[in-house]
Write a new protein. Structure first.
Length: 360
């Protein structure tokens, strides 16, 4: 048995309990978890915005050390440092063959999968990972070797926030040096988008949030300007971009109002990228004339259009060189018992990433 954070039923407070892991199959690995980031997708499971199966273990952004491997696993061995990958691609479907593994047909989507037991009852884990636990068993293809020179605890952030936020800037929008960037929503992924814009050489980089305390975090990540969200945002952004609007906007909230605000804040011919995961009961409305007149591009990004096997080594090199300062993303280091407080801070819009120190 291992200790894990478990949510037993809708509306229940997360609690630390003993759970039984499944045996390691031929294609599986068992990982001793070092650290896990508390992501908004986990909160969406806990709050019921998404529809998980209960009981479940949250956590999909994690790092650790391989403890055991199945006979068919050859790319890692016990003792290796790894980043856990919640969107492991099959490499065989149409999307994978087309060079879009982040859209792999075998990826289950934002859901929970059965794995392990608790008190004789089937246990589920978020996104096939269940990272809020001392150990986890998952498919071998779901772990990516971590290059040397990157702190193992900070490497957990590569599993979701960094790949998504930096990837949105780099892979989806392909931001170029000198282009202006607007980022709405400064949680972990939004701050990673700011980091990505800084590395790309964007200027200005305008960060927006509802909380004034996010300004310090945004500027530490590389923002040149900070604005509080308001109904005059598009006008303010034009004032900072020679009257045109931003070349690129990244919506990192997943709400109809902020998607609309991001769209309205980019210039004619500009690009608006939706990074946040929203609710299905909201609608964003555009009229045909504005679509024609502004010639803007509206797109979404899944996992930052990232291929972890390709991108994690590249990101690791940027961490080693100092170009990507992941420490700026971490505002709280906590234990498994403190996960409920981390979710409370997230609901209140406080801080950035809470990093659960599990086996560090």
């Amino acid at each position: 048995m291992v200790k894990a954070v478990v949510v037993r039923e809708p509306g229940a407070e997360p609690e630390v309990l003993d759970v039984t892991l499944p045996p390691v199959g031929p294609a599986d690995v068992r990982v001793r978890t070092t650290a896990a980031g508390v992501c908004h997708s986990d909160l969406s499971m806990v709050d019921g915005t998404l529809s998980p199966q209960y009981p479940f273990v949250p956590g999909h952004e994690a790092s650790g050390i391989v403890a055991e491997t199945g006979a068919e696993v050859t790319h890692v061995r016990p003792g290796d440092r790894v980043v856990l990958n919640w969107a492991a691609a099959c490499r065989e479907c149409w999307f994978c063959r087309a060079g879009e593994p982040w859209l792999c047909a075998a990826i289950e989507g934002v859901t929970t999968l059965p794995r392990g037991e608790i008190g004789g009852e089937q246990l589920h884990v978020v996104l096939g990972v269940g990272g809020f636990a001392e150990e986890t068993v998952l498919p071998g293809k779901s772990v990516v070797p971590l290059p040397d020179g990157v702190p193992l605890d900070l490497a957990a952030l590569m599993g979701c926030a960094v790949l998504t936020g930096v990837g949105a800037v780099r892979n989806t929008a392909k931001v170029r040096s000198g282009q202006s960037v607007l980022v709405l929503g400064l949680g972990g992924i939004g701050l990673c988008a700011v980091l990505g814009a800084k590395v790309a050489g964007a200027a200005p980089i305008i960060a927006v949030d509802i909380s004034p305390e996010k300004e310090e975090l945004a500027r530490a990540a590389g923002a040149t300007h900070f604005l509080l969200s308001n109904d005059k945002l598009a006008r303010q952004v034009r004032g900072l971009t020679e009257g045109r609007g931003a070349d690129h906007a990244f919506e990192c909230v997943g709400a109809a109002t902020t998607i609309r605000a991001a769209w309205s804040s980019v210039r004619r011919g500009g690009h608006c990228t939706v990074v946040g995961v929203g609710r299905r009961d909201q609608e964003v409305v555009f009229n045909p004339l504005e679509i024609f007149h502004f010639a803007r591009t509206l797109t979404s990004t899944v996992y930052g259009a990232s291929d972890p096997d390709r991108d994690i080594p590249l990101l690791a090199e940027e961490v080693r060189s100092g170009a990507l300062d992941l420490e700026t993303l971490v505002t709280h280091r906590i234990t498994l018992d403190e996960v409920p407080e981390a979710f409370a801070r997230m609901r209140a819009g406080q801080g950035a990433r809470s990093l659960i120190m599990i086996g560090a």
